[in-house]
Design a protein around this ligand. Structure first.
Ligand SMILES: Cc1cc2nc3c(=O)[nH]c(=O)nc-3n(C[C@H](O)[C@H](O)[C@H](O)COP(=O)(O)OP(=O)(O)OC[C@H]3O[C@@H](n4cnc5c(N)ncnc54)[C@H](O)[C@@H]3O)c2cc1C
Length: 392
């Protein structure tokens, strides 16, 4: 019988398995794809803080210290910070590196294995896994659902809840005329309704372009338009797609994210930030919290939901506040018309407001910039008075 069975070798699952194996618990890490990290479903943008948190670094393709914001009615802003705000990385490499750490610590990584279902057993949980050679059953004391946005573990454990899910579509392109060390962001109902589009330079004339939106809008159709109309087309004249990327981004922390003998981490637990859609950093935070609670529960000798319940408080304490401010910001953003968006972009260009963003802009903690922007220009509150109230 295993101590822990982790489903999904994304960043949050591998980090959890790494922690558990390092602490001496017998741990299996199950990944449905043949190779961890593939196919890639990410733009690969993280903060330098993420490497600090992880405890080691991986190769960086570009350091980002600026952003260009392209909005409705030809509104435009170019931000230039004095420090590195984000890093462009090779996401499959990151995923593999964390899974390798788990394996080095003693976890049993099984690629090409898909979790199908689980049932409760006398001593814990029996999970049914599909392997190339047929179905197998694994007995475990603790099941960890790190299986991403469409988590089956969450569903089977009765932890599914209604939440907003964005669909994203993008590509690696050759011939992208971005600006080195600058992220391009596209907003407005024509280009990216209800979220935003992005362009990230990755090398000489190369970049990652994409957009996310809320269904029934189809991200693929908007993405196709990027080559023909509006601000993105200016940067994509003659560009060629070399690799497509798509995926889902769920918003809304699952509460609870635990059940008898079950914990959820990362996207399965709703860790993606509603402001940027990023979920690597917050997923790692949830992985460490899951490990801490599991470790105590193992030592106590019981893994019932009551014993695992401190997990929710840890999530709330460590990242919940920022996620909840992010929902407020997202709702405020959703309430804006295109004309209001372009008006806001022109206000953000006022020197003191721009300076506030350049100083405090932070992908992981967007609420810091929101707060400093409202402080620098309180008239912005008129755009969503009730929703922006938590920031003043
Ligand atoms: C297009 C796009 C761009 C993004 N860009 C960024 C970005 O730039 N920066 C950022 O921080 N975040 C980004 N995100 C979000 C980020 O990718 C996720 O938040 C992050 O991957 C969550 O990590 P995770 O470990 O929880 O889940 P995942 O990384 O989704 O890993 C889940 C793993 O579980 C496996 N799995 C699923 N079901 C099963 C099963 N039944 N059996 C076995 N294995 C299973 C999957 O194959 C996968 O490997 C982006 C998302 C999308 C869709």
């Amino acid at each position: 019988m295993l101590d822990a069975l982790v489903i999904g070798a994304g960043p949050s699952g591998s980090r959890t398995a790494w922690n558990l194996a390092q602490a001496g618990y017998s741990t299996a890490l199950i990944e449905e794809h043949e190779r961890v990290g593939e196919p890639c479903q990410c733009a690969g943008l993280i903060t330098p803080r993420t490497f600090d948190y992880l405890g080691y670094k991986r190769p960086i393709l570009q350091e980002m210290n600026g952003a260009r914001l392209w909005g409705p009615n030809d509104s435009f802003l170019d931000f230039q910070a004095s420090e590195t705000k984000a890093l462009v990385i090779d996401r499959p490499d990151l995923d593999r590196s964390i899974a390798n750490k788990a394996v080095e610590a003693g976890a049993d990584l099984r690629e090409g294995h898909r979790y199908l279902s689980h049932r409760r057993s006398e001593k814990g949980i029996t999970a049914t896994i599909q392997s190339k050679n047929g179905k197998i059953e694994l007995e475990t004391r603790l099941l960890i659902g790190s299986d991403g946005p469409a988590s089956r573990v969450a569903r089977d454990a009765g932890l599914s809840s209604k939440r907003e899910v964005l669909a994203a579509f993008g590509a690696d392109v050759e011939g992208y005329q971005g600006k080195d060390n600058h992220v391009d962001i596209f907003v407005g109902s024509e280009l990216a309704p209800r979220f935003f589009g992005w362009g990230i330079p990755t090398g000489l004339n190369e970049g990652r372009i994409g957009m996310a939106t809320v269904l029934p809008n189809r991200p693929k159709n908007f993405f196709r338009d990027y080559f023909h109309k509006g601000a993105p087309s200016k940067l994509l004249g003659g560009a060629k797609i070399v690799n497509r990327v798509s995926g889902l981004i769920p918003f809304g922390m699952r509460d609870p994210s635990y059940a008898d003998n079950v914990l959820l981490t990362g996207d399965a637990a709703g860790m993606a930030k509603p402001t940027s859609g990023g979920g690597i950093y917050s997923g790692l935070i949830s992985a460490d919290a899951a490990f801490e609670v599991a470790d105590k529960a193992f030592q106590k000798g019981t893994l019932d939901s009551k014993t695992l319940s401190p997990y929710q408080s840890l999530l709330k304490q460590r990242i919940g506040g920022e996620l909840s401010k992010g929902y407020h910001l997202r709702r405020a953003f959703l309430s804006l018309t295109d004309d209001q968006l372009s008006e806001i972009i022109s206000i953000l260009g006022e020197p003191k407001v721009k300076e506030a963003i350049e100083k405090t802009g932070d992908l992981d903690y967007a609420s810091l910039a929101a707060f400093s922007v409202l402080k620098a220009q309180p008239k912005l509150i008129k755009f969503a008075p009730l929703l922006l109230k938590p920031f003043i």
